[in-house]
Write a protein of this length. Structure first.
Ligand code: FMN
Ligand code: SF4
Ligand code: FES
Lengths: 164, 448
């Protein structure tokens, strides 16, 4: 089997291994790398990370399952994770999340038909003073309301069609 | 007042290395390197600095537990910051990152560690990349790496990202995670400071980001100057994360001992619409709730005074709720958090959080009986004192204390007798989302 990660990201992988006294410790950063490369933690990603870290694929699979930021299914181009935990909810996050789902025409955890957006709700993201807020592909987007959100969605749609 | 941590309030670009060094940055490291490690520990001990990660353990004492004769030791900075309502370590790392690095290096020198790992929650992706640049800058300037400032002491600093699991803030779960394993707490002893209990089995100090960031100021200004701020048992300043129903939510660094009233009304701008405060969670989701009475509002925010109120200072994540809030809804929100975040390793916590969540759903759905309120209190009490880590205790708090203080809010959801006849269907066959995911991951790993 060729190891796509190993071939494509030789330097990055070496730098990662250099941080730790064991190869096993690199499993989390390398799972993020696999997710970056494949868009999710795919079966080939699991095998490649396992080979790199000298672990059994079932061990790597269980680690991918334990942590919620590893996606075990493909996601939309923009993965929107809205915080609906208590402090954000006290500042309108539940309503914001409901409005966002309605605007995109999707349910909890679903992806839009065009594959552009996946929406999820998550626990506290350490931004409670800037609610409603979300992370888009793990970058913070804060102090939102539906008007700002709609503008962002249109902007992302435009960027995606420019890319084509 | 003088800021110890949020120095960017006075010196805006202190995140830049040249600005930091022009304002006494890395002076404390130089000073520490000219002392013996034991002297450094003594100063931190004498300052009465206590851990800001939640438990309030005396920092100097923790450092002194590290055995001197072991060749390999580690420092881990806990930047997991996942407690509901907590967003302070983030601000430190964004705005005053070198002071964290300097504090971590001083800790490393005091226990003679060869490396520091900063474990950040996975969502701090961008912050970790910024921090990597700061580390590279500091290494370039000779503050990190081989033979630091010609002292003969060498130390590296690395960042490590988690990937979405609250439990990895618990120190032994954090170490497991850093070793590339499932982030589940370890059975203790051995404790992290002991051989066999720390990172890769080596003696390890785990400290919160805010704790370490205090250290350079203490070394520069001395233990007495630090003790002069706050109270005897709660020295120094504290960052209070204020969220919920206040006009100006945000982080406020203030001397320990400030009252809740001053914090909420003078600093955080009071309550929108001048409504009354119904309840306050002083330590995020994990500590007992207190009602918004005058007695509570006039209580100083210290470890000792919060204990007298029957709650904890913890991470000082102050969630304020006004009179419009339904406390049964709050309990169900918070319980969902713990149900989601239980790592599934021990039965009382895994099953307890699952059933609490289910019964609370029934209560919120208006199909519960009054006896269900006593049922959840019972389940919660049965989780206390029998779990492997404190998450099990945390998960009991939102039930026990919310029902004790606001029982009428739960009663308001209780169904009339005829409707309560048909509840079972709703509870049966429901999916077990996250804990099940984590529990199943554990089974996959054990090969069962
Ligand atoms: C469930 C759980 C979650 C925790 N989360 C954090 C956290 O996010 N950040 C933190 O610094 N400490 C957290 N702690 C406390 C740590 O276990 C540990 O006590 C702390 O990092 C020690 O640092 P300190 O002495 O400087 O406070 C948590 C504890 C438990 C039981
Ligand atoms: S108390 Fe809960 S979180 Fe802690 S070890 Fe047990 S199952 Fe895991
Ligand atoms: S509750 Fe949403 S970021 Fe903290």
């Amino acid at each position: 089997m060729t190891n796509r990660l190993a071939e494509k990201y030789k330097d990055r992988i070496e730098q990662t291994f250099a941080k730790y006294p064991t190869k096993r410790s690199a499993v989390m950063p390398l799972l993020f790398l696999a997710q970056e490369e494949y868009g999710w933690v795919s079966p080939e990603g699991i095998l490649e990370v396992a080979e790199l870290c000298e672990l059994d694929p079932t061990q790597v699979d269980s680690i991918a399952g334990f942590y919620t930021m590893y996606s075990e299914t493909p996601k939309g181009k923009y993965w929107l994770q809205v915080c609906t935990d208590l402090p954000c909810a006290l500042r309108g996050a539940d309503q914001f999340y409901a409005d966002l789902k309605e605007y995109l025409g999707v349910g909890d955890g679903e992806t839009t038909d065009d594959g552009m957006f996946t929406v999820d709700h998550v626990m506290c993201l350490a931004a409670c003073d800037r609610a409603p807020m979300l992370q888009c592909n793990f970058h913070y987007v804060e102090n939102l309301d539906m008007d700002k959100m709609k503008a962002l969605i249109e902007q992302w749609r435009a960027e995606a069609s420019d890319d084509k | 007042m003088e800021y110890i941590l949020f120095r960017e309030k006075v010196i805006p670009n202190i995140r830049e290395l040249d600005v930091y060094t022009a304002n006494e940055g890395y002076e404390a490291l130089k000073k520490a390197l000219s002392m013996s490690p034991a002297e450094v520990i003594d100063i931190v001990k004498a300052s009465n600095l206590r851990g800001r990660g939640g438990a309030g353990f005396p920092t100097g004492v923790k450092w002194s537990f590290i055995p001197q004769n072991e060749p390999i030791k580690y420092v881990v900075a806990n930047a997991d910051e996942s407690e509901t309502g907590t967003f302070k370590d983030r601000q430190i790392m964004e705005n005053n990152p070198h002071q964290l690095l300097e504090g971590a290096l001083i800790c490393a020198y005091a226990i003679q560690a060869k490396a520091v790992y900063i474990y950040l929650r996975g969502e701090f992706w961008d912050i970790a990349h910024q921090l990597d640049k700061r580390i590279a800058e500091a290494r370039q300037a000779g503050f990190i790496g081989e033979n630091i400032l010609g002292s003969g002491f060498s130390c590296e600093i690395y960042t490590h990202l988690g990937a979405g699991a609250y439990i990895c803030g618990e120190e032994s779960a954090l170490l497991e995670s850093l070793e590339g394993k499932l982030g589940q707490p370890r059975v203790r002893p051995p404790f992290p400071a002991q051989k066999g209990g720390g990172l890769y089995g080596e003696p390890t100090v785990v400290n919160n980001v805010e704790t370490l960031t205090n250290v350079p100021w203490i070394i520069r200004n001395g233990a007495d100057a630090f003790k002069a701020i706050g109270t005897e048992q709660s020295a120094g300043t504290k960052i209070f994360c204020v969220s919920g129903h206040v006009n100006k939510p945000g982080n406020y660094e203030l001397p320990m001992g400030v009252t809740l009233r001053e914090l909420i009304y003078e600093h955080a701008g009071g309550i929108p619409g001048d409504r009354k405060i119904k309840g306050i969670l002083p330590s995020g989701g994990s500590g007992p709730i207190v009602p918004g009475t005058d007695e509570v509002l006039d209580t100083p925010l210290t470890y000792e005074d919060m204990a007298k109120l029957g709650t904890i200072l913890g991470s000082a994540s102050i969630i304020v709720m006004d009179e419009t809030v339904d406390m049964a809804w709050v309990a169900s929100k918070v319980e969902k958090f713990f149900q989601h975040e239980s790592c599934g390793k021990c039965t009382p916590c895994r099953e307890g959080t699952y059933w609490l969540d289910k019964v609370l759903d029934r209560i919120m759905g208006g199909i519960a009986k009054e006896s269900d309120i006593d049922l959840i209190v019972n389940i919660a009490k049965n989780m206390q004192g029998v779990t492997l880590c404190a998450l099990g205790e945390f998960a009991a708090n939102p039930i026990i204390h919310t029902v004790a203080n606001f029982r009428e809010d739960f009663l308001a959801h209780i169904a009339k007798p005829e409707e309560a006849e048909k509840p079972a269907a709703a509870a049966k066959g429901a999916a077990r989302p996250a804990a099940a995911r984590r529990g199943a991951a554990a089974v996959r790993e054990s090969g069962a």
